[in-house]
Write a protein that binds this ligand. Structure first.
Ligand code: SIN
Ligand code: FE
Length: 291
């Protein structure tokens, strides 16, 4: 069962004692959720205006690239785009400070991905079962292959009305893989370069990416698994932060509105123990290399 381990930091640049850092590093690689119940992300008065579904268009999320400053997904109604971009950039840099202070083992290897702001109620948001994040899943992106990188995400609930973000958390990656491995099929020979050439994927989809996408889909499609597997429900209150390897920890969001999220990619070899990664676990279970 997924463990939620609490840390009492109240600022994004908090320094942590060496024993806490060692505990956090071992814990997150085991598949724990690192939970900061008192780590809020304060918004300015101008930023509080973005706490409305009217901030987004059809995409339902605002997306920000901390490397280029590109901002996407906002609606025509947003007049102060600079303020929106500043909020996203501050969440990106705050998240990076937190991760590099606590998980300092990853400091030099950590690659920033997108920052996202989700102002739409999570319950009932999905347009298809595949996009339905109220179903337990591990993260895998159809168009953005990770090759051999891990997906590490920082979440903060910025809800102003006291409403928690309610998640379900399932069993270990080993248990999920053992259940679904027999139903996964290998990629069609030669398909990865074709998908890249067609622009379906932004880079080459590795066999690992292929199997993780299938795992994501099989988990979401299996309603017996969704209701029957051992799981816990956890409320992340407003003003709290949590860090998760979402490619490893099976998770689902049941309800909540107004979330900030920062994605990081971590090369496998930067882990303290790469053997704990989904890639190495799948390779051991399948008896073959997947990248
Ligand atoms: C997800 O990563 O599946 C969704 C998390 C959330 O929006 O709370
Ligand atoms: Fe997810």
């Amino acid at each position: 069962m997924t463990k939620i381990c609490e840390y009492d930091a109240t600022t994004w640049d908090a320094e942590f004692a060496e024993d806490l850092k060692a505990q956090a590093l071992a814990g997150i690689e085991e598949g724990q959720v690192l939970f900061f119940p008192r780590l809020a992300f304060p918004l300015t008065d101008a930023e509080r205006h973005f706490l409305s579904p009217a901030t987004v268009g059809k995409s339902k999320n605002v997306s920000f690239d901390p490397l280029t400053g590109a901002l996407k997904g906002f609606s025509e109604q947003v007049s102060d785009r600079e303020a929106l971009g500043n909020m996203m950039a501050r969440f990106a840099s705050s998240s990076r400070a937190l991760v590099t202070n606590l998980l300092s083992h990853y400091r030099t290897a950590l690659l920033p991905g997108r920052t996202s702001f989700r102002p739409v109620e999570a319950a009932g948001r999905a347009s298809s079962w595949r996009k339905d994040d109220t179903r337990l899943h591990v993260d895998s992106f159809p168009s953005a292959p990770v090759q051999d990188r891990r997906i590490l995400r920082v979440f903060n609930n910025v809800n102003p009305d006291g409403k928690p973000r309610t998640w379900r958390l399932g069993g270990s990656f080993e248990a999920v893989a053992a259940r679904f491995l027999p139903s996964l099929s290998a990629p069609l020979w030669g398909s990865a370069p074709v998908l890249e050439w067609l622009g379906v994927t932004k880079s080459r989809r590795s066999p690992y990416d292929h199997f993780m996408l299938q795992l994501h889909d099989r988990m979401k499609a299996d309603l017996d698994y969704q209701s029957g597997t051992d799981q816990v429900t956890h409320d992340f209150p407003p003003g709290s932060t949590w860090i998760v390897f979402t490619d490893q920890v099976s998770h689902a969001v049941m309800a909540g509105q107004y979330l900030l999220e920062q994605t990081f990619y971590l090369p496998l070899e930067a882990m303290q123990d790469p053997a704990k990664s989904p890639l190495r676990i799948l390779e051991r279970m399948m008896g073959r290399m997947l990248v």
